[in-house]
Design a protein around this ligand. Structure first.
Ligand SMILES: [Zn+2]
Length: 230
């Protein structure tokens, strides 16, 4: 908390180690960024994402394509940075991560016929509390790179769900089931669903199901990071 407050007051300080940033560094210094663990290739990331989802949902939650930039470990430099992005008002950081994720997606080859980018929504009460939705900021960054529109209006969270942190995989699944409602105009569309960190995939699975029930033809996933087994 103290670090993030410092960053708001002194934006030229690294979020993780608090050293002064160089002019070409943003939020995080180069040596702290080296501690992030990016996937080497997009297919490696896609495999991990599929394994995560399949291990919790079986084969019936199928997604078209999946992209993910980093491996996520607890207590890592990346966790510190993503926490600041989510809770401490650093929404431009979300945008910047989203832009980088989009560039990385494009550098990995054809991304298919994605027609719109849909962030996982927060319940409106939670959004009021936090003032912004981090997934929406990531989606805005992605939109700049992929040149596709963000359609935050296509998916709403109809139930106020408790925080997933600390919940078991089974409890997460229950907590998310039926929490979303998608607009009928997703019919026939290839939707890119966006979240910040994938833990068990329960949120994405519930959101993807709502999109499919409203007629989305394909649902692909993009996340900044996926939690890997410690
Ligand atoms: Zn640093």
């Amino acid at each position: 908390m103290r670090e993030q407050l410092l960053h708001l007051l002194f934006p030229h300080v690294c979020l993780v180690c608090q050293k002064l940033l160089l002019p070409d560094e943003e939020y995080c210094c180069a040596s702290c960024m080296e501690e992030f663990e990016p996937f080497r290739t997009s297919s490696e990331a896609e495999d991990v994402l599929r394994q995560t989802v399949v291990s919790h949902f079986g084969e019936h939650f199928l997604f078209e394509r999946g992209w993910c930039r980093y491996q996520f470990h607890k207590k890592s430099a990346l966790q510190q940075v993503l926490h600041a992005m989510k809770y401490e008002g650093l929404f431009n950081l979300g945008k910047s991560f989203g832009r980088q994720l989009g560039e990385w997606m494009l550098s990995g080859g054809d991304i298919g016929d994605i027609g719109c980018i849909v962030p996982v929504p927060l319940h409106h009460l939670k959004k009021t509390e936090r003032s912004y939705n981090q997934s929406e900021k990531i989606a805005e960054g992605l939109a700049q790179s992929l040149r596709q529109p963000v359609r935050s209006d296509l998916l709403v969270r109809k139930r106020y769900t408790v925080s997933q942190t600390g919940l078991s995989a089974e409890a997460r699944k229950k907590n998310s089931e039926g929490a979303f409602l998608a607009a009928k105009c997703v019919r026939g569309c290839h939707v890119l669903l966006v979240d910040d960190v994938v833990t068990t995939g329960s949120t994405l699975a519930a959101a993807a199901q709502a999109l499919r029930e409203s007629g989305a033809e394909k649902v692909s996933l993009a996340a900044l990071a996926v939690a890997v087994k410690e």
